[in-house]
Write a protein that binds this ligand. Structure first.
Ligand SMILES: Nc1ncnc2c1ncn2[C@@H]1O[C@H](COP(=O)(O)OP(=O)(O)O)[C@@H](O)[C@H]1O
Ligand SMILES: Cc1ncc(COP(=O)(O)OP(=O)(O)O)c(N)n1
Length: 498
């Protein structure tokens, strides 16, 4: 399904805020974007210069042109400059079918300081399914000073929810906290929270417009307000992180609305033949000689794909959605089960008693981790179905560990080595309310790093003694496994993109 979403908003010729940002956000969130202009705004990344508001009749004619022709699944309302425009929009909204979600972003003042509206119509607020005021707008709407803590913000949002009957997103973008996330509130209090860890950026123009449009789209797709807010917050958080790279304007630049789609398009592209041998990542577990040093060079591209620019970054920041995390855990559980069986084959094929017991201990370790997961996350393995990416990895491991021991060791090595590398991505301080704190901290496990060092050492010894032909096959197997490891991690982020 594609949600047909209408934005009713003012314009931004530089495309960072207002209607232009809304239409991009709607597309990025999986909708078909439409736009009715309330005011023509002369603005850029440095600020607002002029506002021209057309006659209310012209606004009404635009609204009718859309609703006479198109079935609308959701509406986002942004800048409404005056009461006459608000009255037209309210009248039009009241004639919509009651099942259409309406997100009202009560825009008052641009972040650059200029006023965009006289005031916000009380009638408009009562037409909303969800309201998305920022800290200052919320304070103005409930007649209180701006909140300086999350608790105060939630209390004010609760007052607004009582007054209007709408759900209110208490947006923490302007709080001074590490978590600038968004809390969904109704008249009785907090319903859900979506974290957004602070991004230090000079490109945050239009974040509020974009968040509310993405939220409207996800509601139009049929998601619950909680799930829709989680999606919109994590998407906006990602878009904030990559805004500066667009180099748009000399002031507060726009967020990158399409970063996620670009990254995903890239992750679908695989270079099947020539590995990029430049690896900018310093290994947490060092190579043990020239052969494993060369293998490490093959891992760079994969690490880029799931480390700093993907799943692991979202996991570390705490912005991975609950459904993405659950999916990952389930697939990991399936994977580890097969991985244990594959390690058992290595134990059987090992060439010394010490190596045999190393692989056998790894089998036991793998099973312990898997069982720990069942207990901690309440997994029922009989209900977990492997995804295509998971199966591609496990099938590959089964195939590559069937004959040559050197190739087999190279094929299982990325699961040790790349996993141990995740320690490099763990932030120094993990906030207490980080949703995946325990999981993320486990990446620093020193016992696992010691096992990885031993696996690397075994691989080095085998490669040193191998024939040229065997060494080339082992390198190929290592590189393929790195790619599959990256695909395995990347898949969770693709899960609920649209
Ligand atoms: N620097 C930031 N770091 C992390 N998240 C942010 C940042 N700026 C904005 N956000 C997220 O985007 C949402 C909307 O941004 P905000 O600045 O609050 O809205 P507005 O643009 O309406 O003032 C915030 O609630 C927050 O979740
Ligand atoms: C036409 C128009 N509408 C709304 C805004 C304000 O956008 P917002 O997302 O709140 O972002 P910043 O003001 O923080 O950039 C706008 N500038 N123009």
């Amino acid at each position: 399904m594609i949600a047909r979403v209408l934005s009713i908003a003012g314009t931004d010729p530089t495309g960072g805020a207002g209607l232009q940002a809304d239409v991009k956000s709607i597309a990025a969130a999986g909708g078909y974007g439409m736009g009715v202009v309330t005011s023509l705004v002369v603005q850029n990344t440095r600020g607002v210069q002029q506002v021209h508001t057309p006659d209310p009749d012209f606004l009404e004619a635009q609204l009718r042109a859309v609703s006479d022709d198109v079935i609308i699944d959701a509406v986002k309302v942004g800048m409404i400059a005056d009461q006459a425009s608000a009255a037209v929009v309210v009248n039009w909204l009241r004639n919509l079918p009651s099942n259409i979600s309406v997100v009202v972003d009560p825009v008052m003042v641009a972040s650059s300081g200029q006023a965009l509206a006289d005031s916000v119509s009380a009638d408009l607020l009562t037409c909303a399914t969800v309201l998305t005021p920022n800290v200052d707008e919320l304070a103005a709407l409930v007649g209180k000073p701006a909140a300086s803590s999350r608790a105060e913000l939630i209390a004010q949002a609760q007052v607004l929810a009582e007054k209007t009957g709408a759900l209110v997103v208490a947006k923490g973008g302007h709080l001074a906290d590490d978590d600038r996330g968004n809390t969904l509130v109704n008249a009785t209090g907090e319903l859900a929270h979506a974290a957004s860890w602070f991004v230090d950026t000079t490109a945050s123009h239009g974040t509020g417009c974009s968040l509310s449009s993405a939220l409207a789209t996800r509601l139009g797709l049929g998601e619950s307000p909680q799930v829709a807010l989680e999606w919109a917050t994590s998407w906006a958080h990602e878009a904030l992180q990559y805004g500066e790279a667009q180099a748009v304007g000399t002031g507060n630049g726009p967020i990158d609305h399409f970063h996620r789609l670009r990254r995903q398009a890239k992750s679908g592209l695989q270079n099947p033949a020539v590995p990029d041998k430049r690896n900018r990542h310093q290994p947490v577990v060092k190579a043990s000689g020239e052969h494993t040093r060369e293998l490490w060079e093959y891992a760079g591209e994969s690490l880029d794909r799931f480390g700093s620019d993907g799943f692991i970054s979202a996991l570390m920041q705490g912005t991975l959605s609950g459904s993405q995390f659950t999916f990952y855990i389930e697939q990991d559980d399936y994977y580890l089960n097969i991985y244990a069986a594959v390690l058992a084959r290595l134990a059987a094929a090992a060439q010394s008693a010490e190596e045999r017991s190393f692989w056998a201990e790894s089998v036991t370790g793998c099973i312990a981790v898997e069982q720990g997961m069942h207990a901690q996350w309440n997994l029922d393995p009989s209900t977990v179905h492997p995804s295509p990416a998971t199966l591609a990895y496990t099938d590959f491991l089964r195939a590559e560990t069937g004959s040559d021991y050197v190739v087999a060791v190279a094929a299982v090595l990325p699961c040790f080595w790349l996993y141990a590398q995740l320690a490099a991505f763990v932030p120094d301080a993990i906030p207490e309310d980080h949703p995946y704190k325990d999981w993320v901290e486990a990446y620093r496990d020193e016992a696992f790093q010691a096992s990885t060092a031993r696996a690397v050492q075994i691989a080095e010894g085998l490669l040193a003694a191998a024939s040229d032909h065997q060494r080339a096959a082992a390198q190929q197997a290592f590189w393929r496994a790195c790619q599959l490891e990256a695909d395995f991690f990347a898949q969770a982020l693709l899960l609920d993109t649209l």
